[in-house]
Design a binder for this molecule. Structure first.
Ligand code: ATP
Length: 267
């Protein structure tokens, strides 16, 4: 019998507490979570349950209070290019062209300019923005800027993509189109992804693994393994299995959202 494949990333009994004394916030209870290589993991949970905290710990932006965060079995000690991060707002360099934004990572690691631009153009083509390479971010819509952000993250050839509500600021139509694009890119690259969303439909559409978190202090309440990420067929959201799973996750989140609301009111 073959041993189970080692996870790409692991949260090993990771907890996080912010601050000291009476004002301290226990953001995460000890959490153990494996992220398999090539998985598309979506974190869902009520506001303030610690989703961004978890993602930031894996990014290396912060350190756990207890436990450890591992990538390929080794502790994460700070940000590095093997993990690419995309935030809610693209955080592009406003003074650089789209091409230079995407070429920035390869240039920073010493890739000659011609080669860096070739790499950047390849990813701009992948997100459908090759024609906008010489434009500046302010000339692009919010959705286009997010696509540049994704191309920029991919250009660094990270082993894991960390996406903190990357589509939250977009309108519903743009969001749907970008979800299709992300699915296409994931099917093509099979990058390991950790993705935060408040949209259960988005999670069902994209994820191979949905992790439902409880209200703060964050714990893992349930996990689901939907199969819709493998399919680009139209009408997935109306299939019986999609509707059933969505209802189950909505039900689980309902009580947690109530608890989170009460916590907010008590603050
Ligand atoms: N740097 C910090 N200092 C103090 N408290 C913090 C800090 N960062 C996060 N918190 C608190 O930790 C808890 C978890 O926050 P986090 O941003 O991880 O939640 P989230 O699930 O991503 O929320 P949302 O869905 O609203 O983005 C919250 O109560 C938040 O106020």
């Amino acid at each position: 019998m073959s041993a189970a494949a080692a996870p790409k990333a692991r949260f090993d009994q990771v907890s996080k507490r912010f601050g000291e004394g009476e004002r301290a916030v226990q953001a995460l209870e000890p959490i153990t979570l494996d992220i398999a290589a090539n998985a598309f993991v979506c974190l869902v949970g009520p506001s303030g349950c610690g989703k961004s905290t978890l993602l930031n710990l894996l990014a290396g932006f912060d350190t756990p209070t207890t436990g450890q965060v591992l990538m390929d079995g080794l502790p994460v000690r700070g940000p590095d290019a093997r993990r690419g991060v995309v935030f809610q707002q693209g955080a592009l360099f406003t003074w650089m062209t789209v091409l230079d934004n995407v070429a920035f990572g390869p240039l920073a690691t010493g890739t000659p300019r011609a080669e860096a631009e070739r790499i950047a153009m390849g990813f701009l083509e992948m997100v459908g923005l090759a024609a906008f390479a010489r434009r500046y971010p302010y000339e692009l819509s919010g959705g286009m800027q997010q696509r540049v952000g994704i191309a920029r993250a991919l250009a660094n050839d990270p082993e894991i993509l960390l996406m903190d509500e990357p589509f939250a600021a977009l309108d519903a139509q743009t969001r749907e189109l970008l979800q299709e694009e992300i699915k296409r890119i994931w099917l093509h690259t099979r990058k390991t992804v950790l993705w935060i969303t408040h949209s259960i439909e988005e999670a069902l559409f994209l994820a191979t693994d949905i992790v439902v978190m409880s209200a703060r202090p964050g714990r893992i309440k349930a996990r689901f393994a939907p199969t819709f990420a493998q399919s680009t067929a139209p009408g997935l959201a109306t299939s019986a299995e999609f509707v059933r799973m969505k209802a189950e996750i909505v039900g689980l989140l309902h009580d947690e959202a109530r608890t989170a609301q009460r916590q907010e009111e008590a603050r």
